[in-house]
Write a protein that binds this ligand. Structure first.
Ligand code: PMP
Ligand code: GLU
Length: 371
């Protein structure tokens, strides 16, 4: 039987939900899932689609109108020029990544993954027969061998919130081109950018061999609708579409209509989301100033704080267990992202929960001095 482990973020979130269901009051800052409601125009579009009996298969690649909306969105946001044929709609960004690795990799191919990295890349690459090569960005050139075929990029980054600058991106694009690498650019947090940072899509720099991955989970606060997409060169999208035709047929028809409405939303809804995220981020950064034993580089994007807890302990799992069992706050151990001595705090949750959680994290940190 094939060896595959459960996503640790999802496992942890499920454990916390089970504890909550058993009556424990736990503040759950594990999962990266925005607490905002699905925007009203999306619900209206869905209600209309239900009335109009949208109950049939769609083409495996996705509804043409949705793919058109995706190309318009990518052009408006990032000046990218894709045709609807160069886009595939998937069950979340997760499936876009999975399918991209399946069609790109041959057994034994090496895939460069900058660390720390989101929890699913490793398993997805293994499932496609590839080998993960964990890298530090400044040492990337030394890690390239004749077996290297893919570079994975993820910015804004989960878990650090870091965003590559245009000059870093230019170096990466040059390197990828020199070594004829495919680049899987996971841009799912592309809309969550804080003041002072600019986002540039990798598709602008290296379109011939970049597969952009995105979706509405984060930008539409629509995690449960499970709509993601990939945009890239024709041959890759064609192969991913063929795979999709055997794998799941297509993404749920109604969910595709919901995603289309989300992509066409007025910017003002997004601005309201961003104001709230900014307020949460500021609250955490102000709290950090009173925490001499903790360090955190302010996230430039996404909704995670990557807390360096090495002033307290090097063992992120022990820290999270202590915090959960004694202070009823759940965070994700950095170990799951390939870097112990850190924990990830998701601020996709309410300010009330965050404020209470911060007080308790301080108490947990203090408990190490007492012992
Ligand atoms: N990439 C990253 C970096 C993520 O954090 C997530 C969140 N689950 C995904 C991909 C997958 O998102 P989706 O919900 O669209 O599958
Ligand atoms: N991306 C989110 C997270 O990292 C959702 C959970 C998952 O898909 O792993 O928390």
């Amino acid at each position: 039987m094939i060896k595959v482990t459960t996503s640790p973020t999802i496992r942890l979130d499920s454990q916390v939900k089970a504890l909550q269901a058993a009556g424990h009051t736990i503040i759950n800052l594990t999962v990266g899932e925005l607490d905002f409601e699905t925007p009203k125009p999306v619900l209206t579009a869905v209600a209309q689609a239900l009335q109009a009996n949208h109950n049939k298969y769609t083409t495996p690649q996705g509804l043409p109108s949705l793919r058109q909306a995706i190309t318009q969105y990518l052009f408006k946001q990032h000046g990218l020029s894709y045709t609807p044929d160069q886009v595939i709609v998937t069950n979340g960004a997760k499936q876009a990544l999975y399918s991209a690795f399946q069609v790109l990799l041959h057994p034994g191919d090496e895939v460069l993954v900058p660390m720390p990295a989101w929890v699913s890349y490793g398993e997805q690459i293994h499932l496609a027969g590839g080998q993960v090569v964990p890298i530090q960005l400044d040492a990337i050139a030394q890690s390239i061998t004749e077996r290297t075929t893919v570079l994975v990029l993820n910015y804004p980054n989960n878990p650090t919130g870091a965003v590559y600058s245009p000059s870093q991106l230019a170096i990466l694009a040059k390197l990828a081109e020199q070594h004829h690498l495919w680049v899987v650019s996971d841009e799912i947090y592309e809309r969550i950018i804080y003041p002072g940072t600019t986002f540039q899509s990798f598709g602008q720099l290296y379109p011939s061999r970049t597969i952009i991955v995105n979706g509405v989970s984060k930008s539409g606060a629509m995690t449960g609708w499970r709509v993601g997409y990939a945009a890239g060169p024709d041959e890759i999208i064609t192969a991913m579409t063929a795979l999709q035709s055997h794998l799941c047929g297509n993404v749920n028809n109604i969910a595709q209509i919901a995603a289309q409405a989300a992509l066409q939303l007025d910017d003002s809804i997004w601005q309201t989301f961003m104001q709230q995220l900014l307020e949460r981020r500021t609250t955490i950064m102000n709290w950090m100033k009173q925490q001499p034993q903790l360090q955190c580089i302010p996230p430039q994007g996404a909704f995670y704080c990557w807390l360096n807890i090495q002033g307290v302990t090097a063992d992120s799992e022990e820290f999270c267990e202590r915090l959960l069992h004694r202070w009823q706050v759940a965070l994700v151990p950095g170990k799951y992202f390939g870097q112990d001595g850190y924990v990830r705090l998701s601020f996709a949750h309410s300010l009330t929960d965050i404020t209470l959680a911060l007080q308790r994290i301080s108490q947990c940190v203090d408990s190490y001095d007492i012992l």
